[in-house]
Each structure stands twice: as structure tokens, then as C-alpha cells.
Design a binder for this molecule. Sequence first.
Ligand SMILES: Cc1ncc(COP(=O)(O)O)c(C=O)c1O
Length: 409
Amino acid sequence: MNYDQLLSKRVSRMDVNILREILKSASRPGIISLAGGIPAPESFPTDIIAALTTTVLKTYGASALQYGPTEGFYPLREAVSHFIRKKGIMARPDDVQITSGSQGALDAIGKILISKGDKVAIESPTYLGALHAFNPYEPEYVRIEADEDGPIPEKLERLLESHKIKFIYLVPTFQNPTGNTISLKRRKEIADVICRQNALLVEDDPYSDLRYQGEDIIPIQTLATDHVIYLGTFSKILAPGLRVGYCLAPKAIKKWMIIAKQGIDLHTGSLSQAIASFYLTEGYIDDHLPLILNFYKPRLAAMLEGLEAYFPSGFSWSRPEGGMFVWVKGPEGLDMGRIHDEAFKENIAFVPGRYFHIGHREGLETMRLNFTMHDEKTIRNALHLLADILERNVSAGFHDQRVTSFSYA
Ligand SMILES: Cc1ncc(COP(=O)(O)O)c(C=O)c1O
């Protein structure tokens, strides 16, 4: 049977996720992978989850295993509305929609907002998973010009004036892949722009709870509430396998998010939601989140120190105060795809940055490094090896190199 002929036209927009292939290869035994984008398993509170599973079943019995409302488990919606108050977000429990991770919300957003040819404004580089969620609905991506402080407000305003933009997608805090954070000043300016231009922003915020130093910065949602769909998640502060996230959206959009979710998965797992609710309300998060932060903080420090100590001149990198990633930029003309192939032979993996860009030849000289998965010593050793490979390439001259495809044989 020719199964291909059964597939919808839409699947042609669902590229094979190259990142998945890279991560698959990078997870082979013996590879030191700075490629991953996942939390360290040691950060998961398995004992707490075991205890909470018992508590949930004792408290709710079989109803914790029953179908539930699409909007989410009410005690969790209450707990989330309380939790996000610390971020400055004022929302009633009824305003909170529970989602299957932020990814579930991104999928619903694509479904309800994007028609073929609609323009979606994004940063480049940006989170690939968002593009994968949106791509089947055939948007046209428009790039927002940015500098180290984030999108440039004047450029954003010009873009909104000159294009009919359906929505803007941003990860303002410890962005994936760059680790960059939009400053408070910029957030205020961006909020002014979107209010003035009557635009809609999707603010994807999975990393702001992972702050190892510096001051929290309020979400753009707090500055332009009626213009923002805000996405949060338990994936980085509890466990991603529970698949629990949350979304706040203007009322008219929230209604459709719920209708879309009914078709996608009816609701997020009841047991996971109840566990997440006790995690917040019983104060487990207050003890456990500091442990996660203490666990990752030295890893980020080791990465930044290693880059400083070993990387050749001509390289620059982001200096995030949290999150999971550091972004490295090499001299123009360097092909990180080729470096990746070489590094892979020496059992080091990272993600070449070009995969996070919308333009085909953009970001060739960049790479994303993850610091959550290895201890400090391993991170330093991996960076030392990587620096040697970079040094070799830099001194050999690399300007004639072509973009190479990856080989994982
Ligand atoms: C920017 C961004 N958004 C969304 C997600 C998806 O997270 P979740 O596990 O909540 O679906 C990720 C995952 O790494 C991410 O980096």
C-alpha cells in the first residue's frame, strides 16, 4: 500500500525536525552533548512526585483518573493564578487555561489564528518548536529586527505599520536558543508599540523561573494585558513529562483556544494537573525550585568561564542570568555545521545555530550550547576540546568552506 498518497497536503509543511535527528545522534553513549534542550533528570523531584501521586489519589480517588474539563482542573487554575501573581500577572482562576505544556498552546494558537499566507512576526533565531507548531497552517514569517536588548521597538512599529501581522511571537526571557532577555525598558517600549498598533503578542515564557542571578523582569503581559497571549509551563520547574502548562489569553481568543483544545486532546492529563496543583499549594515548589537553581547555577558559571578561558579571539557569546542556553557567534565565514561534524568525531555535540533561523544561510557561524545536562568539570572539558577544534579551523582559514550537510554515520 502506498501510504504516502494518503497523507494530507499539510504534511509537506511538517519538515522532518533536523534538531530531533541531531539530538538523537547526540544522545549516543560516549557523546558529551551540549546539544540538548532538556532539563537534567536529576532536577526532577521524583520523591515529591511519588508522594503527591499518593496524596492526589487519596484526596480525589478515581476522579483524578477521570476525564476533566478542557479549561483545566480548577484547583490548579487557582494555584497558577496565585503563583503568577509573583511575576506581576493579575489573573483570576477563570482566566487561566491549562495546556499540555506550552507546546500544546502553540499548536492551538496556530490552529485558531493562522490562515494560509498570514504573516507572523518572529525573531530570527527563534524557538524551532513554535515554527513546527505554526508551519502546517502555512504562515509567512516576517523577521523582527533585534539587537542584544531584544526587538528594536521602532523597527517593530514600522513592521506593524507596513505589514498586516497576525501576531508577534517572542520568548522575552532567557530565549531559546540565544539565552537573551529583553530589558525592562524594551518591554515597556514593545508594550507601547503593540498597544498603539493594536497588535497581538504571543509571549512564550518557559524559562523566567530559572533565574540564577539578577532581578526578575516583569512579563510584557503585565504591560499590555489585552494584547498578549501568555504561555507558562511546569516543564522546567517540575517535570516536562507531566506535560502541564498554562495560558492566559484575551477572552475572545481564550474561547477558541478551548474549542481547539477539545479537538486536540480534550484536556491535559488529570493526574498530572492534580500533582502540579499540590506542588504549588503545599509549598513543595518553595523548597524544590531553589534546589534546581542551585544545581544549574554553577553549570552556567562553568560554561561562561570555560568560554572565556578557552575560546579563541573573534568569538562572542551571550551571558544569560538564567535559562538553559548560551549562544556563541564565531567570525563571519565560519561554518559551524562543519565544526559540528568535526566535534562529533571527538564525541562532542552542540546544535549549529543556523537551524534556528528562518533565512536559509543565516547564522552559519553560530551555535547553541546547553549547560543543564552536565556537571561543571564535563562542561569545561567539552569546551576545551571544542575550543581546540575552533582554533584549528580559525588558524587554517575557513573562508572557502561550503555549507556542509551533517553526517551521522
Ligand atoms: C521557548 C520554548 N517554548 C516552549 C517550549 C515547550 O515547552 P513545554 O514542555 O512546556 O511544552 C520549549 C521547550 O523547550 C521552549 O524552549
